[in-house]
Design a protein around this ligand. Structure first.
Ligand SMILES: Nc1ncnc2c1ncn2[C@@H]1O[C@H](COP(=O)(O)OP(=O)(O)O)[C@@H](O)[C@H]1O
Ligand SMILES: [Mg+2]
Length: 283
């Protein structure tokens, strides 16, 4: 049995004996059962497991053309570093780990936000974060990060390959699960119990502090609806000049029936231009 299998078995055993209560302030929606608080593998093993991912190498043209403003620290990264801190505070306060990044329609900036938040977290050396592209009709996160993948998250969810062979790790502490191409049945795939088990295993084995999920637009398909039951909360991204307030309102209400709303990011709002060279605000 290899190290990964051993870690999975141990995590499962731990999980069976662990209590499922989530500590901390009571969120509005019932929290998912928590992964065992005790590490399922020793810290050193965890370092070795994370070391098994292939490194993510982002080409310079992707950084400049795709607005990866958080790639380096500095003024341009400040909005995402601030968002990172707010996300962490909320997550800590409510004991949330799985965060879906959602928007009513496409083009609001979900994928750009997911990529930049991941890059921003990679500069927090003590945090481990998993970022997964579940907008499976587009393979957008791979494009934004300038990657041509050989495999997709669907291969991981359907157990054709282990996550260790698919994830691409940036700076040792943020791993991205990308897609090679669009899949035809994302809604069914995301609601498949096997997919949920695989996600649980990734969480149990790699013990990330946070898991971020780029998701399909809420009002375009039902892809997200089932999946949102598997997350702790959602961060709603709205394009300031594109998404009408009523639509943000409706999306927030729909979302709050499915999961906890962590906050709203008003992206692409011009009135904040100049402060940090990037345009978004968090509410
Ligand atoms: N704050 C921003 N300012 C200007 N353009 C942005 C901003 N955020 C995203 N974009 C651009 O908007 C387009 C759509 O962004 P994307 O992240 O793909 O949205 P989504 O994933 O919600 O469909 C991309 O071309 C992206 O570079
Ligand atoms: Mg997208």
């Amino acid at each position: 049995m290899d190290r990964l299998q051993q870690a999975i078995s141990k995590a499962r055993k731990d999980r069976e004996t662990a209590t499922s209560d989530v500590a901390g302030a009571a969120p509005r929606m019932p929290a998912r059962a928590a992964a065992p608080a005790e590490a399922s593998a020793a810290t050193t093993d965890l370092g070795l497991l994370w070391g098994e991912f292939s490194p993510l190498q982002i080409p310079q043209n992707a950084i400049t053309e795709n607005r990866l403003v958080a790639y380096n620290s500095g003024d341009s990264a400040i909005p995402f570093d601030m968002l990172r801190t707010k996300v962490l505070q909320q997550a800590r306060k409510n004991d949330w780990k799985r965060i879906a990044i959602v928007s009513p329609e496409s083009g609001a900036g979900k994928t750009t936000t997911a990529a930049n938040l991941g890059l921003s977290f990679s500069r927090m050396r003590e945090k481990r974060v998993v970022v997964i592209d579940f907008d499976m009709r587009r393979a957008g996160l791979a494009r934004v990060l300038g990657q041509r993948c050989k495999t997709s998250m669907s291969d991981v969810l359907e157990r054709r390959i282990p996550f260790s062979q698919h994830g691409l790790c940036h700076d040792g502490n943020v791993v991205f699960g990308l897609n090679r191409e669009r899949v035809v049945n994302p809604s069914e795939l995301l609601q498949n119990p096997m997919s949920r088990d695989v996600l649980d295993e990734i969480e149990e084995v790699y013990q990330p502090d946070l898991m971020l999920f780029d998701t399909p637009p809420l009002m375009v398909s039902d892809d997200s609806y089932g999946f949102l039951e598997s997350v702790d909360c959602a961060l709603l991204i709205a394009a300031a000049e594109k998404t009408p307030m009523e639509r943000i309102d409706v999306a927030e209400r729909q979302l709050s029936e499915l999961t906890n709303v962590m906050g709203i990011v008003l992206n692409r709002c011009r009135h904040t231009t100049g402060a940090h060279g990037y345009e978004n605000e968090y509410y």
